[in-house]
Design a protein around this ligand. Structure first.
Ligand code: GDP
Ligand code: MN
Length: 378
């Protein structure tokens, strides 16, 4: 789950990271009021959950409260990479002398958090990695020891910071690391961390991505979820406890188990089809969950055929068969389907489907071949 810039920066501030003064506005008049309150030039920043807002015209300076109102009027309602701007952050404008990149991510290969820093901040770090990879410093951190002062100082020197900035930088990077750990984040990023004309460091932009699997430990953070981040189908899937990822193909797949779901997608591709989604209904799914999953799959208008691939272990094939039929009563559809049920109670499951003239297949290959043919209108 992604947090907005203003939410991320408020968390950073709790960890002693200096952020500009500012507040969030949902209307141009509110933006004007905030600008008046702050006094002096401000920066109006679209709050949408994508990067590169600056390039897209979603970050603009304003010298006066009047101008702040005008700029906010332009940015609010704007479409940035498919997302509508509903809020803007009005911050005291920083006098930027230098832009640094500073982030913490999980390095899965090293199984550690890694601090990433670059003196080439401001632009997207992926871009720096592509054109100037040697400008990026990586520092893996041992979670038992945490980030040590000497490591943070090394990082400061590596970035070529002036001596006066080193202590402040050490506090910021330690604060960022602690915020990352304490919120169970998968990413905590300041880009840019700037050196201002007043010769101090300031976090001008902030981004936190939280680990969804740890959100139950942070009910206060879970509440910050922006509905825009998810499609209605994704929201329903989360509420039903299903893992669902929408894809671009035409074959809906309902599978129990993540590995089996991936294998199913491979097989569909092998037979010349394109999967419309990844969907794992999990172990022990009962009829109501199957129905929810089918509703979600069919809510995608691109879906031309649906494949059920169920390996009955804890999940019982007869339960799934009943679920499929119950779901079909509820969602009226002409989309053709085929099921492959094996494992616990497979005979019962197949009989239930056969009695309802629902096509099934005995092997995954056969099922994939059939569903691809069905999608092509055969
Ligand atoms: P992003 O494009 O979504 O990453 O949004 P940022 O908040 O990082 O803003 C993009 C760029 O706008 C920054 O890299 C800065 O160059 C510029 N910018 C942002 N805030 C300020 C500010 O307060 N003053 C000035 N002069 N420039 C700013
Ligand atoms: Mn940025």
């Amino acid at each position: 789950m992604k947090l907005h810039e203003y939410q991320s920066k408020r968390i950073f501030a709790e960890y002693g990271i200096p952020i500009p003064r500012g507040d969030v506005a949902a209307t141009p008049v509110e933006a004007r009021e905030i600008a008046k309150e702050l006094g002096g030039p401000v920066v109006i920043k679209s709050q949408v959950l994508v990067g590169g807002r600056g390039k897209a015209g979603g970050v603009k300076l304003a010298k006066t409260p009047d101008e702040a109102e005008q700029v906010a009027k332009k940015i609010l309602g704007m479409d940035i990479k498919g997302l509508t701007v509903e809020k803007v952050l009005v911050d005291q404008a920083a006098d930027i002398r230098d832009e640094i990149y500073l982030g913490v991510v999980i390095d899965r290969a090293r199984q550690k958090p890694v601090i990433i820093a670059s003196a080439e901040g401001g632009v997207e770090i992926e871009e720096v990695a592509r054109v100037n990879p040697e400008a990026i410093i990586r520092l893996p951190v041992d979670i038992r020891m945490g980030l040590m002062d000497f490591q943070a100082r090394d990082l400061a020197f590596g970035l070529g910071l002036k001596r006066d900035h080193v202590n402040q930088f050490v506090r910021i990077v330690k604060g960022l690391y602690q915020a990352f750990i304490n919120t169970d984040a998968s990413l905590a990023e300041i880009n840019p961390l700037v050196v201002t004309g007043e010769d101090s460091l300031l976090a001008v932009d902030g981004k936190i991505v939280l680990d969804d699997n740890a959100l139950y430990r942070h009910p206060d953070l879970a509440e910050l979820r922006d509905k825009q981040e998810e499609t209605p189908a994704e929201r329903e899937a989360r509420a039903a406890g299903l893992s669902y990822v929408k894809l671009d193909g035409e074959i809906g797949c309902m599978v129990n188990g993540a590995g089996l779901a991936m294998a199913t997608m491979d097989i569909v591709k092998h037979y010349g089809g394109e999967p419309a989604n990844f969907l794992d209904i999990g172990g022990g799914a009962k009829a109501d969950k199957v129905a929810a999953a089918l509703r979600i799959i069919l809510s995608d208008p691109k879906v031309k055929a649906v494949l059920f691939n169920i390996f009955g272990g804890i999940t019982r094939c007869d339960e799934v068969a009943k679920g499929i039929l119950a779901a079909l009563e509820e969602v009226n559809t002409n989309v053709p389907m085929v099921a492959r049920l094996v494992g616990t109670n497979e005979e019962e499951g197949r009989q239930i489907l056969a009695a309802a003239s629902f096509p099934s297949a005995s092997t995954l290959g056969e099922a994939a071949e059939k569903v691809v043919a069905l999608a092509k209108g055969a």
